[in-house]
Design a protein around this ligand. Structure first.
Ligand code: AMP
Length: 249
């Protein structure tokens, strides 16, 4: 079974991003970029499926600027077999990425498509669901456990207040939650090996996809700054302030 995994290049999760002074977006000049953490989990899961003998080939896909090649090389170093860069300088919104992935699903015919549940830059949580809808595939989102048996995937999902187990017929779309696995460290020998693995570059137009954005960002702003706190003399004063100033009790 072939597994297709999407990996997005995003601002590293340790970076504290700043809003541009004109409010048009984030200031990304010179900022460290990495693989979206949920996608690292997706690649790790695919590699584990291959190690168990369930998956036979892992194809990783990234859509975006030429530097996404670095993200793909990291995925190849974790254990993916081959990579596809869908290169464009255009702003890519989840629907456009879903259309690209749909075209690649038609071309590659994977048994399973694994995406992160969410990209930590746009926090959209839409691409996996959109792909399942437009490619007419079953979906199991927020997976914390995946078992593939007899052409079906049994997926445990993290839902409010507990766990839900669903079964989907393959081919299907699965999106990863944080507790699905802990991605392995990338070793130097594997980084060297990854340099020799195949990486193909295509353009969205080669796949017949129009990536024109449908949503316009009107404004981006910082959260309001927290005001300074005050020390109160005793409990009675605290209760009085909560009642009469903060009006929360
Ligand atoms: P989102 O819907 O933007 O929160 O993203 C959910 C998931 O879709 C991510 O974790 C990725 O697996 C995938 N994805 C979104 N954008 C891209 C992209 N530009 N390239 C590759 N994968 C992407």
């Amino acid at each position: 079974m072939k597994v297709l995994v999407s990996v997005k290049r995003v601002v590293d999760y340790n970076v504290k991003v700043r809003v541009k002074s004109d409010g048009s977006g984030m200031d990304l000049a010179g900022v460290k970029m990495s693989m979206n953490p949920f996608d690292e989990i997706a690649v790790e899961e695919a590699v584990r499926l291959k190690e168990k003998g369930v998956a036979s080939e892992i194809v990783v896909v990234s859509c975006g600027v030429a530097q996404c090649q670095e993200t793909l090389r990291t995925a190849l170093a974790i254990g993916a077999d081959r990579a596809i860069l869908v290169e464009t300088d255009a702003e890519l919104q989840p629907l456009a990425v879903a259309k690209i992935l749909k075209a690649l699903v038609a071309k590659e015919q994977p048994g399973l498509v694994i995406l992160g549940k969410q990209a930590i830059d746009d926090d959209c949580n839409q691409t996996g669901q959109a792909l399942a809808a437009i490619a007419d595939l079953p979906q199991a989102t927020f997976a914390s456990k995946v078992e593939v048996v007899d052409g079906k995937a049994k997926v445990t999902r993290e839902v409010d207040g507990g766990l839900e187990t669903v079964e989907v017929t393959l081919p299907a779309v699965v999106t990863t939650d944080l507790r699905l696995n802990e991605p392995r460290y990338v070793t130097l020998p594997n980084i060297m090996k990854a340099k020799k693995k195949p990486l193909e570059t295509v353009k969205p137009a080669d796949l017949g996809v129009d990536v024109t954005p449908r949503i316009k960002t009107l404004k981006v702003s910082e959260p309001p700054k927290r005001g300074a706190g005050v020390k109160v003399a005793d409990v009675a004063t605290l209760v009085d302030k909560l009642k009469n100033e903060a009006k929360v009790i």
